[in-house]
Write a new protein. Structure first.
Length: 418
């Protein structure tokens, strides 16, 4: 059975309803119309069926490439500058004791590679003097147009849980507008009650709805070996640059079964850990390290200190920076980063990428409201305009047409080989 390279516009290809059908020996996807896609490639053609395993591999490449692109500061500079400026002003108003406690408690994250290699760290050397780190941290915030994306997002996130969360119950902070604003956003997203998305406490068997546990490693520090491979790549792939050597969460954790849905407790579908994992499997999404709590903290800091809201272009820029930090850095899958956005009322369609979903089948009863039958097919509503108008976007979209444009369609037509 032969095939040929298609030269056509994205709009026409969508209208003709091509779906991924096979993959050839050099990794290129072979498409077929829906009517012609039911069978599998004949033997001795060198074609492998486009099954769920291939789909997940392509999804990993696509999302990793997006994460690497998002580490380019030019796409999120305005948002990073806005948040950095607000945080710098906040830090300079803190007492000397709070400043010292913050740096001292987080010193091993900002410097050193003997133990955990953090992504976005300021130094590879172990810096013992907190004042050195404090000065460098302030300089990063002051000169955010020069600092790395991963460093800035890491700092922004740390300010929230190392200062605000730590001191929120002190009498002097209980009515502080900054603390109240941050915690208001954080409490909307980071839901950790029984059966909810970020439950870590577990039930009688000690296994929570968070759905992960740490792997065991024989390394001296007990962590997985650090790597410079982008995203969650397992080996070097042409076209994917190296990133800062770091310990990846996706190497550190593995998925475990979660408890059955609790009875007698009403949980919104978008907040349910059980619905989350149901959708993860149903829609062939990637497991990395579980739903991302860092998204909740980083966005809470962004909304608090950047003075923008979830409907703004600055939000999209900042979300893109988070994608760079967490997906490009190999801390989470893209799905794990975006799923918590539903908790603040933003649309994200599982199984598709940021707005595209050609599935006409209804969502399961326990997940209604999480997946729409048809999403917008002319825009990606969660990506910033700076990226959407760039050559990088066009190249990425065309290279991963099966994931970016077709989105959630291919999981319905393929199954893993028996």
């Amino acid at each position: 059975m032969g095939y040929e390279e298609i030269q056509d516009s994205i709009a026409n290809l969508r209208q003709k309803r091509y779906v991924p059908w096979a993959i050839n020996t050099d990794g290129r996807v072979v498409y077929a119309t829906i009517e012609e896609s039911r069978g599998t490639p004949p033997n001795k053609t060198g074609l492998r069926p486009y099954d769920t395993e291939v789909s997940k591999h392509r999804r990993n490449l696509c999302h990793t490439k997006l994460g690497v692109i998002a580490l380019d500061r030019s796409f999120s500079q305005d948002a990073l500058t806005s948040v950095s400026s607000g945080i710098l002003s906040f830090l300079q108003k803190q007492s000397i004791l709070k400043q010292y406690n913050f740096i001292n408690s987080y010193k091993s994250f900002f410097s050193g590679i003997k133990n955990y290699n953090s992504f976005g760290r300021l130094y590879d050397d172990d810096i013992q003097d907190p004042l050195v780190i404090w000065d460098e941290l302030q300089e990063c915030l002051r000169s955010s147009n020069k600092a790395r994306v991963e460093t800035l997002v890491a700092i922004h996130d740390a300010i929230g849980f190392k200062i605000i969360v730590r001191y929120k119950d002190y009498s002097s902070q209980k009515n502080d507008p900054t603390y109240l604003t941050y915690m208001s956003w954080k409490n909307k997203m980071y839901l950790s009650g029984e059966g909810q998305l970020f439950n870590r406490d577990g039930g009688s068997n000690g296994v929570g709805w968070y759905g992960r546990k740490e792997k065991k490693f024989s390394t001296p520090n007990g962590y997985p070996p650090a790597t410079t491979l982008a995203g969650n790549l397992k080996h070097p792939v042409p076209g994917f640059p190296s990133v800062q050597s770091r310990t990846r969460a996706t190497d550190w954790f593995e998925r475990v079964d979660i408890n059955p849905a609790p009875t007698g407790i009403k949980i919104r579908p978008e907040a349910s850990g059980n619905v989350y994992y149901n959708q993860l499997d149903l829609r062939n999404e990637l497991y990395g390290a579980g739903p991302s709590g860092t998204v909740c903290g980083a966005l809470s800091a962004a909304f608090t200190f950047g003075n923008f809201n979830p409907q703004s272009e600055l939000f999209k820029e900042y979300l893109f920076a988070i994608i760079g930090y967490l997906v490009g850095g190999g801390m989470h899958s893209l799905h794990e980063v975006l799923a918590p956005l539903r908790l603040i009322g933003l649309e994200y369609n599982t199984g598709s990428l940021l707005g595209y979903d050609f599935s006409s089948s209804p969502a399961p009863d326990d997940a209604k409201g999480l997946v729409k039958g048809m999403a917008s097919d002319d825009k990606l509503p969660l990506l910033p305009q700076k990226f959407l108008k760039s050559k990088q976007f066009e190249d990425w979209r065309d290279e991963y047409y099966d994931i970016v444009v077709l989105g959630g369609i291919h999981w319905r037509f393929n199954s893993s080989p028996s």
